[in-house]
Design a protein around this ligand. Structure first.
Ligand SMILES: Nc1ncnc2c1ncn2[C@@H]1O[C@H](COP(=O)(O)OP(=O)(O)O)[C@@H](O)[C@H]1O
Ligand SMILES: [Mg+2]
Length: 227
């Protein structure tokens, strides 16, 4: 099922006197259980498109619809709530909180997403997710003692602990070596399928494209090619 649709989205940035159109009428649909990879040269507008799709910045024109509702015209509090409860995010770096253990990072996320479940159920849920990402043996560890790949696994656990419908990943493997990148992508692929998430992933890395169900190439603010 199509869960998020981007319809004729345009984005213009104004730098002083100069107006620049960064997205020039982009159309895209994300479906449950599928990874859509977004590739293209640096500066082609990939991150801008991802942040607009996630309701992190407004469009200049066009619509983003999540579960059929246009989020571009919603009140910011409503969009914030959708982001916190229905969307998950992974970036190039894990951005873990240095003074929280692995378990506490996930507990924090459950609080941000206003999870209604009781504390002991939260702990059970966290255990379950940490097993999925094979980090349950490190639940009491602090970020400083984790490797880059382990940190990214925790970041993935944090991105899905609240059972999001859409996962946004901007260059999730860019700081990892080839083996760890493949491990992280295998994990994202498995989670996308088993949890029926719609995943949008920006990547530079050709090797990661084999994990995608769809590949979309952007060039100069437009979609050039769908594979
Ligand atoms: N907030 C902003 N203000 C002005 N220009 C921006 C802003 N965000 C992005 N841009 C410009 O938009 C273009 C596309 O950026 P981006 O979406 O980050 O590209 P990509 O992720 O494909 O490398 C770049 O030229 C960038 O400088
Ligand atoms: Mg980018």
């Amino acid at each position: 099922m199509e869960i998020l649709t981007i319809d004729e989205v345009r984005k213009t940035f104004t730098n002083g006197e100069v107006k620049e159109e960064i997205l020039k009428g982009v159309n895209l649909s994300l479906r449950e259980g599928e990874i859509t990879a977004l590739v293209g040269a640096s500066g082609s507008g990939k991150s801008t498109l991802l942040t607009i799709a996630a309701g992190l910045q407004p469009t200049t024109d066009g619509q983003v619809r999540f579960e059929g509702k246009n989020i571009t015209t919603m009140k910011s509090e409503q969009v914030r709530k959708i982001r916190a409860t229905k969307f998950g995010f992974i970036f190039q770096f894990a951005h873990l909180v240095p003074f929280l253990t692995v378990e506490e990072q996930l507990m924090l996320m459950l609080n941000v997403s206003e999870s209604k479940i009781k504390k002991y159920e939260q702990i059970k849920e966290i255990d379950k997710i940490l097993k999925l990402v094979e980090m349950d043996h490190r639940k009491n560890a602090y970020p400083a003692s984790l490797s880059g790949g382990e940190k990214q696994r925790v970041a993935i656990a944090r991105a899905i602990i609240h059972k999001p419908k859409v996962l946004f990943a901007d260059e999730p493997t860019a700081s990892l070596d080839s083996k760890r990148s493949k491990d992280v992508m295998t994990l994202i692929q498995n989670l996308t399928k088993t949890l029926n998430i719609a995943s949008l992933m920006v990547t530079h890395d050709e090797e990661m494209l084999s994990f995608a169900d769809y590949i979309i190439k952007m060039s100069d603010g437009q979609i050039m090619q769908k594979v």
